[in-house]
Design a protein around this ligand. Structure first.
Ligand SMILES: Cc1ncc(C[n+]2csc(CCOP(=O)(O)OP(=O)(O)O)c2C)c(N)n1
Ligand SMILES: [Mg+2]
Length: 615
């Protein structure tokens, strides 16, 4: 057997650089690069190794480990999981900074390879700088925090262990059902240790995402249920995009006249003006989608996790005879809430169902009802997004302006605050993938770093990040990275001077405004944060606009610019779009001295009666 003597880190870097993927007939590196922030836990080992493979596997430096992992995850999401990135950190704080991002990837079923440094396998220098020292368990390190949020976790204590570990890692990262974060904790001394690796370990490998066929009995059961339906509706989730099944979804819906509603991850599966689209569903849904969902007798849930925002915490589907059919690559999701499961690839499964349904279609009065209620919704949406000259416009009015400025190729990026709900309801997505909102983990601070990852995946498309002041303050440092890498983003910052959506939620649950908007916090003096100056200090072009018309001018300028632009606009923290939406289960205190809480509790108890679980 021919061997090559390399350190574990050199072997790992070399292995990653020869993993390939096939996209539309083109062979590309599956790893778009490695994000790295070095420290003593990875600079000498993996740092030295990455230096030598930069041609095939570029290294990128970020400013925050969570941020760089967000960028990596966004890159994978924008690539429909066909491509991905790795992230390496030092031991300790650098590593644990990535745990939140690992959870985000875990929830959203997105691939990312996390390579935190770890303590010495030989334990000689113990405790090494930043070693946590668990009193009761000598095998525990800070990296154990990754275990519950990794689909596969391993600690590499011997150089030869990467041979099976990387094979397993690649399997998880490219398996459509298992897909999620993989963490390989790399002990510092092991990174530097040499081994005679078989040459075959470094042979180029092309990974293709498999498309499993569904079980025929499951397919038949789903078919029988569908044929009996009088009021069917499709819920399109993120899986529709990851399976690249948007065309199959569209032709299925058209052939069988089934209206389509979209989750946050599913949005943009159908173009916003398709005659069968009902837009967003659930807590942040359109009145049309939600009215239909209430009556629907058959819910065809495709590639969705059916999280509470989609189901209105299980209050939305009120038809006593309703049936769920779950088309999903992962049985865990396909069988949720007693759905009839059809475990398989969404594109293949929709095609098979389509053929077997032949000329069956939903009754025309149902589709007519759907189209009529969507038209009504559109009128409401047009009203709330129309221009205003108010000094404090609503989020919806800002969205209207950004929408008017955007093109079919623009990609809007968001994650937390009031904006995701407003965007879910109101954004009119053109092409699949034009809407990138992380709402599985809804992680404040994803927006800018995520936008950077999206831009890396789609450098020719305009990336518009919409972000609240709270999320911006939580994490903005990858603006500097976007300047470093010459990857321009358009960032629209909506400053409502605090955590507007949580303040509204607090009021909605009977609470006094407290600790959310800056004015309601314990303070000596109220900060007047100059976001424009802040963004400018990192190298971005930045402006503050005082009205919607000015915002539109600034957006046009930003498109012409080849640098990241930050456009700041003051908005009203108290307004959100009242039209559409449905109940969301947020537990209200059973006893309180506040009469507003008591009354909110009464409303809560009434609402709970609509919750249907386990039937
Ligand atoms: C990391 C993280 N911490 C806390 C939350 C809970 N949370 C959701 S939205 C929000 C406020 C966001 O403020 P901002 O970005 O200004 O948006 P706004 O609500 O004002 O629209 C908070 C604290 C979260 N989603 N993520
Ligand atoms: Mg805010």
């Amino acid at each position: 057997m021919k061997t090559i003597r390399l350190t574990m880190a050199q072997a790992l870097a070399r292995f990653l650089s020869v993993q390939k993927t096939e996209i539309n007939g083109e062979i590309l590196p599956i790893f778009g690069g490695v994000w790295a922030i070095f420290g003593h836990g990875n600079v000498a080992g993996l740092g030295e190794a990455l230096y030598h493979v930069q041609e095939a596997l570029p290294t990128y430096r970020a400013h925050n480990e969570q941020g760089m992992a967000h960028a990596a995850i966004a890159f994978a999401k924008a690539s429909n999981r066909r491509r991905m990135m790795a992230c390496t950190t030092s031991i300790g704080p650098g590593a644990t900074n990535m745990v939140t991002a690992a959870a985000l990837a875990h929830v959203n079923r997105l691939p990312v390879l996390l390579l935190p440094g770890d303590v010495f396998a030989n334990r000689n220098p113990d405790p090494v700088l930043q070693q946590i020292e668990n009193f009761a368990d000598g095998t525990v390190s800070a990296n154990d925090c990754f275990k519950p949020v990794s689909r596969y976790f391993d600690r590499i204590t011997k150089p030869e262990q990467i041979i099976p570990a990387l094979n397993r890692a690649m399997n998880v990262l490219t398996d459509p059902a298992e897909c999620g974060p993989v963490t390989l904790a790399l002990c510092q001394d092991t990174q530097a240790e040499a081994y005679d690796y078989p040459e075959s370990f470094f042979a180029e490998k092309i990974w293709r995402i498999r498309q499993p066929l569904p079980d025929l009995r499951e397919l038949d059961e789903a078919l029988t249920a569908l044929k009996a339906a009088k009021k069917p509706i499709i819920i399109a989730g993120g899986g529709v995009h990851y399976a690249q099944a948007t065309e199959q979804l569209r032709s299925f819906a058209e052939r069988h006249a089934v209206p389509v509603a979209e989750t946050q991850a599913g949005k943009s599966a159908l173009p916003h003006d398709h005659p069968l689209t009902m837009g967003a569903i659930g807590v942040t849904g359109t009145s049309a989608a939600n009215a239909l969902a209430q009556e629907a007798d058959l819910i065809l849930a495709v590639g969705t996790r059916l999280q509470d925002f989609t189901t209105g915490s299980w209050s939305l589907f009120q038809n006593p005879d309703r049936k769920f059919v779950g088309i999903n690559i992962q049985a865990f999701d396909a069988t949720k809430h007693r759905s009839l499961p059809v475990v398989g690839d969404a594109a293949v499964t929709l095609e098979l169902l389509d053929q077997k349904l032949a000329d069956w279609s939903a009754p025309s009065d149902w589709t007519l009802q759907a189209a009529t209620s969507f038209k009504q919704w559109q009128l409401a949406a047009d009203r709330v997004t129309a221009t205003s000259d108010s000094p404090f416009p609503s989020d919806a009015q800002v969205i209207g302006a950004v929408q008017r400025h955007s093109t079919e190729d623009s990609i809007v990026v968001c994650a937390a605050g009031g904006l995701p709900g407003e965007l879910h309801k109101l954004w009119q997505a053109g092409k699949p993938g034009g809407y990138h909102v992380e709402y599985g983990y809804s992680c404040m601070g994803y927006e800018i770093a995520g936008g950077l990852g999206v831009k890396m995946a789609a450098p020719d498309r305009e990336v518009i990040v919409m972000v609240g002041d709270g999320s911006y303050l939580m994490m903005n440092s990858e603006i500097a990275t976007s300047i470093l890498l010459d990857l321009p983003l358009t960032i629209v910052l909506l400053d409502n001077r605090g955590y507007g959506c949580i303040n509204r939620l607090q009021q909605g649950t009977g609470g006094e405004s407290f600790n959310n908007l800056l004015q309601h916090t314990r303070h000596q003096s109220l900060p007047d944060i100059d976001f424009r100056a802040h963004a400018q200090s990192m190298g971005a072009e930045a402006t503050k606009v005082s009205a919607i018309a000015e915002l539109e001018e600034a957006l046009a300028k930003s498109r012409a610019s080849c640098r990241t632009s930050v456009i700041v606009i003051d908005t009203d923290p108290l307004i959100s779009t009242a039209e559409g939406g449905c109940w969301w289960d947020v537990a209200v205190p059973e006893v309180s001295v506040r009469k507003e809480v008591i009354s909110a509790r009464e409303n809560y108890l009434t609402a709970l009666k609509k919750q249907r679980i386990g039937d």
